[in-house]
Design a protein around this ligand. Structure first.
Ligand SMILES: Cc1cc2nc3c(=O)[nH]c(=O)nc-3n(C[C@H](O)[C@H](O)[C@H](O)COP(=O)(O)O)c2cc1C
Length: 336
């Protein structure tokens, strides 16, 4: 095994065995801190940050994170090898555990910048980017991509993409198991309409047994994750983790042979409140952080009332503990 692909400390499993997907506007540092209260071992990805934003913008705003978030991977959007190399260096300096290149985002804004999913039609450019990043950092450099773009359904397309990028040294591929249709669909539709084809990802693993191949797209339950882990090296979960955070409660025991960090939702809520207190005390908006936790009680009686209290704009200037008391009372049917 390459020195860039060490096993997860303490568990002996691949770092990519289970991860929470990069999601713009969602997986910010608050969200990742919240997820860390529920799973200690899943790898957490940042939102995509473009090379332009990093090189010309507010680096601490884009890069700062809480030490508790480890292991945490920075996802980059870009297509200039030199810029990506500079950003990979920043990722290392800031203490990230991995740097990931986005080759799967279909948004038009991203296409105009000539990166994201449209990079899949330029495998040699992606290979050059990966090589430049690898030369710039000792961190693992990984790629997240789709199984094809537009109506290209041929397996050879994605196989050759992976082969070319692997020849530049990339050893880890996270594959969203559907095409990106670059015209006519919104990014949201592009996560729902192009059909999922898990068999393509399993075939990649068979054809490239030495690479780490993780699968992504539409997976939710523990059993679905377990079934995929028989075929590929890792599973990445996006929307289910975000909307139903308690679905991660048994990830560590089931998939990492470790203890689960929280035994109850109350447990998570108590520790999350400590965090919100700190956010509030520092003068920042706790509501901005709290939006990521609104699904905590989903599926239990009173969850909707709890969420409504936390989302009430009139309460957003109160200390979070006061809102928590109201939300809990509402959840238990004692008011609200
Ligand atoms: C709100 C939102 C934002 C997303 N932003 C990114 C992103 O910044 N980078 C990326 O590679 N994928 C992004 N994705 C795609 C997810 O990483 C993932 O590939 C996709 O949601 C499919 O996985 P899922 O079915 O488990 O959600 C985003 C998805 C959502 C829902």
């Amino acid at each position: 095994m390459d020195s860039k692909q060490e096993q997860q400390p303490g568990t002996g499993f691949s770092p990519w065995r289970l991860s929470v997907a990069p999601m713009m506007d969602w997986t910010d540092r608050h969200c990742r801190y919240f997820h860390r209260l529920i799973t200690r071992h899943a790898l957490l990805y940042t939102e995509m940050v473009t090379t332009g934003a990093l090189l010309h913008g507010d680096q601490p705003r884009h890069l700062d994170f809480n030490a508790e978030e480890h292991p945490v991977a920075l996802q980059l959007g870009g297509s200039e090898p030199e810029d990506l190399a500079a950003c990979a260096r920043l990722a290392e300096r800031w203490g990230y555990d991995e740097v990931n290149l986005n080759c799967g985002c279909p948004s038009e804004r991203v296409q105009r910048g000539a990166f994201g999913a449209c990079l899949m039609s330029e495998p040699q450019l992606v290979a050059d980017c990966v090589k430049a990043m690898r030369d710039a950092t000792a961190l693992p450099v990984t790629v997240k991509h789709r199984i094809g773009i537009d109506r290209i359904e041929s397996y050879e397309f994605v196989r050759d993409f992976v082969g070319t990028v692997a020849s530049a040294g990339c050893e880890v591929f996270i594959v969203h198991a559907r095409n990106a249709w670059l015209q006519g669909l919104s990014p949201k539709e592009n996560r729902e309409i192009p059909p999922l084809r898990y068999d393509v990802v399993a075939q990649l693993k068979r054809d490239f047994p030495r690479l780490t191949i993780a699968i992504n797209g539409g997976l939710k339950t523990l059993d679905e994750i377990a079934a995929q882990l028989l075929k590929v090296d890792g599973v990445m979960i996006g929307r289910e983790a975000y909307h139903e955070p308690w679905s991660m409660a048994q990830w560590d025991s089931r998939f990492f042979g470790a203890g689960d960090p929280a035994t109850s939702r109350d447990d998570v809520e108590a520790r999350w409140l400590d965090y919100l207190d700190r956010v509030h005390a520092s003068g920042r908006s706790w509501a901005y952080a709290m939006r990521h936790a609104l699904g905590l009680w989903n599926g239990t009686p009173g969850a909707r009332r709890w969420r409504q209290v936390w989302s009430d704009h009139r309460l957003k200037t109160l200390p979070p503990r006061e809102v928590a008391a109201q939300a809990t009372a509402a959840r238990r049917g004692q008011g609200g």
